[in-house]
Design a protein around this ligand. Structure first.
Ligand code: GLP
Length: 242
């Protein structure tokens, strides 16, 4: 894994954008694997600014997101579908029909997982953007998820519910179940960009890079990927320096 440590969140976003721009400029039909969470917001802001200022077009780009809360509809402001529209899709020229995410309201969860897994198999990602959970999860693949997993539903770890509560009015409102892309599907992307910022990610980043490659720390699977770049700020990368 290539490791880039820069000063702060803004510099992480700059570097991530540089890599994203290279992919999109090199291939106007690129397929992007996208993530939610606060970490990629700076990257998305730069993609929007670049679209407005330089006319970089996403008209033929396709996107597939990692995960979605179960029982939360796409027009609910807490859904990841809504997050993506608000923070990126509505502000660039990507066609909404070319953007994909699990349907949190699916009545038959197994059928929905199968549908999404088939969709992913037919749209290999050129680049996959990832954040990392403080417990080392990627997407909603919590510790203990098999490395060969495909799209599935998951019971969220207590620590994930607590971490994500900051985005809800009350902790009781945080969904306990979610749909997530599996680890084997994440690994299929041609290039992976994992972003980590803030001191609360330092242990997860350290474990991912210096610990064992183990299902107990899902992000450690990325060490097996031929083209994965970690971009972190000094706080998240602090334990790597010793
Ligand atoms: C959630 C998402 C992950 C994300 C993680 C970190 O659990 N399912 O995809 O990477 O949170 O979020 P943040 O970037 O807000 O720290």
């Amino acid at each position: 894994m290539k490791i880039i440590i820069v000063k702060d969140y803004e510099k992480v976003s700059d570097k991530a954008f540089e890599i994203m721009k290279e992919v999109v400029s090199g291939n106007p039909e690129a397929v992007l694997g996208l993530a939610t969470g606060t970490t990629p917001l700076g990257l998305y802001a730069r993609m929007i600014a670049d679209h407005e200022e330089n006319g970089t077009s996403y008209a033929r780009v396709k996107a597939a997101n990692l995960d979605e809360y179960a029982g939360v509809g796409k027009d609910n402001p807490n859904s990841y579908a809504y997050f993506m529209r608000k923070n990126l899709f509505d502000k660039i020229d990507i066609k909404l029909e070319n953007t994909h995410i699990e349907n949190g309201m699916a009545l038959n969860a197994d059928a929905e997982c199968k549908r999404y897994a088939e969709l992913l198999a037919n749209m290999p990602r050129d680049i996959q953007v990832l954040g990392i959970g403080s417990n080392g999860h990627i997407a909603f693949n919590e510790p203990g998820t098999p490395f060969d997993s495909v799209t599935h539903t998951v019971e969220l770890a207590e620590s994930t519910v607590r971490d994500n509560a900051r985005l809800f009015d009350r902790i009781e409102d945080v969904p306990r179940k979610a749909f997530t892309m599996g680890l084997s599907e994440i690994m299929q992307a041609k290039k992976i960009l994992i972003l980590a910022t803030g001191a609360n990610k330092a242990d997860a980043v350290y474990g991912m890079i210096r610990g064992e490659v183990t299902e107990q720390l899902p992000a450690s699977i990325l060490r097996k990927h031929p083209d994965c770049v970690l971009i972190c700020d000094e706080a998240a990368g602090s334990r790597l320096k010793n």
